[in-house]
Write a protein of this length. Structure first.
Length: 226
C-alpha cells in the first residue's frame, strides 16, 4: 500500500489521528487537512498522487459539500463522506454530488479501513480495464487491441490467447496450460494449434511480436523487451 495516498479532511485533530493511525497500520501514506480551504489546497498540490479522500461534512471555512463540488469539477478521485448526521436526505444529497461511500459518526475504525480498501480495490480494477504492454494496448471491456495507436483485427481466439499471455506476463506457460485456460478443458485437439495462432498473432503485432517468446521444450512467455 506504500504507493497509495489518502487525504483525511476533518476539523477534529483527534479524529484525524485515529483514522491516520489505523490507515498507516495498513501501509497507506497519509495527508491531512483541518478545514475545507486547506483540503482544496492540499488536493491541488497533490492531486496526481491522492488515491482517495475521507471528507468530513461539518467543517469551518468551507464545508464538505462545497469541497466535494469543487473537486468533482475536475476529478473522479474516490471520496468517502464522514458526518455526524445520519439522515437519509443527507446521504441522497451526497450521492447526487458524486460521493462514493457515506459513513456516519461514530463508526468503527476497522470498518472504515475495510470500506477504504474495498473502494480502492473496486476503482483499481476499473482503472485497469485498459492496459498498456510496451505499446500493445488491450481494452478488456471493449475487447480491442491496438499497437502503437493503431487497432488491429483479431479473431476471438487470437484475442483470448494474447490476453492470457499478457495477464501472465513474464511467466513461462506450457502448451497444455494454455490449452486448458484458453481452449478450456474440453479441447482434445492437437496442441500445435497454439503454434499456429501464435504465428498469426506475432504477425499482427509486427515488431512487437517479439514480446511473445518461444520457451524451448515448454511453450511460450510474454515479456516486454526493448
Amino acid at each position: 500500500m506504500g504507493d497509495i495516498t489518502v487525504l483525511i479532511v476533518d476539523d477534529e485533530a483527534r479524529m484525524r489521528k485515529l483514522i491516520k493511525d489505523f490507515l498507516m497500520q495498513k501501509g497507506f501514506n497519509i495527508l491531512e487537512a483541518a478545514d475545507g480551504e486547506e483540503a482544496l489546497k492540499v488536493f491541488a498540490e497533490n492531486e496526481n498522487k491522492i488515491s482517495l479522500i475521507l471528507l468530513d461534512v461539518m467543517m469551518p471555512k468551507l464545508d464538505g459539500w462545497s469541497v466535494l463540488r469543487q473537486i468533482r469539477q475536475n476529478s473522479k478521485v474516490p471520496i468517502i463522506m464522514l458526518t455526524a448526521r445520519g439522515e437519509e436526505q443527507d446521504e441522497l444529497f451526497g450521492f447526487e454530488l458524486g460521493v462514493d461511500e457515506y459513513i456516519s459518526k461514530p463508526f468503527s475504525p476497522k470498518i472504515l479501513v475495510a470500506r477504504v480498501e474495498a473502494i480502492l480495490k473496486r476503482t483499481n480494477i476499473a482503472s485497469k480495464e485498459v492496459k498498456d504492454f510496451g505499446g500493445i494496448v488491450i481494452d478488456s471491456e471493449g475487447r480491442t487491441v491496438t499497437v502503437d495507436g493503431k487497432q488491429i483485427e483479431m479473431s476471438l481466439r487470437e484475442y483470448e490467447l494474447l490476453k492470457y499471455l499478457v495477464d501472465n506476463e513474464n511467466i513461462a506457460l506450457s502448451r497444455d496450460k494454455i490449452l486448458n485456460n484458453v481452449w478450456n478443458y474440453d479441447y482434445y485437439g492437437d496442441s500445435r494449434t497454439i503454434d499456429s495462432h501464435i504465428k498469426k498473432i506475432r504477425h499482427k503485432l509486427g515488431k512487437k511480436g517479439k514480446y511473445i517468446q518461444t520457451i524451448r521444450g515448454i511453450g511460450y512467455k510474454f515479456e516486454v523487451k526493448n
